[in-house]
Design a binder for this molecule. Structure first.
Ligand SMILES: [Zn+2]
Length: 164
């Protein structure tokens, strides 16, 4: 009986080690080259203190405080740092969280997803794939058709209204 328990324990530990090492190999930042790279000083020069804090220092704006959570205009949301188009207003929905929420990115390559275990939570951080700006997080409790909820900081975005 004791031997079986020891073997079971060993298998559990082995499984844990394998899953952890696989996760490291899957680290999307490891092989990603950002097309836009600037020093901290350069980012500080072109961003407001609030934009810098959120996008370059991974902070989160207060819920219901941003410019876009209630924005219902048609247009494109771009990265505030490098202007890469990230989300279309067609995929924006009312999440009730106080942050602008989308169920789909404009293009799958626009967003980089990175595991984030900070604050004792297991979440998926989303970054701009061109400049590495922290944008927010993605959760799997969104509406159809994707079931995803991209939860964004308004301050990380630049809205370009559709020209009519
Ligand atoms: Zn960017």
């Amino acid at each position: 009986m004791k031997t079986i328990l020891v073997i079971l324990g060993f298998i559990c530990v082995l499984g844990l080690v394998i899953s952890r090492s696989q996760r490291k190999e899957d680290d999307p930042l490891k092989n990603h080259k950002f097309a836009v790279v600037k020093t901290e000083a350069e980012w500080r020069k072109i961003l407001t203190p609030e934009q810098y804090k959120v996008t370059r220092q991974r902070s989160t704006e207060l819920a219901c405080s941003g410019a876009y959570w209630k924005n219902h205009e048609k247009g494109i949301y771009k990265c505030v740092c490098c202007k890469l188009p990230l989300f279309d207003s067609k995929t924006k929905f009312e999440s009730g969280t106080g942050w602008p929420s989308f169920y789909k990115a404009i293009h799958k390559d626009a967003i980089l997803e990175v595991p984030d275990d900070s604050f004792g939570m297991s979440r998926t951080e989303i970054l701009c794939s061109r400049c590495g700006a922290h944008l927010g997080h993605v959760f799997d409790d969104g509406p159809r058709p994707t079931g995803l909820r991209y939860c964004l900081n308004s301050v990380a975005l630049d809205f370009e209204k559709d020209a009519k």
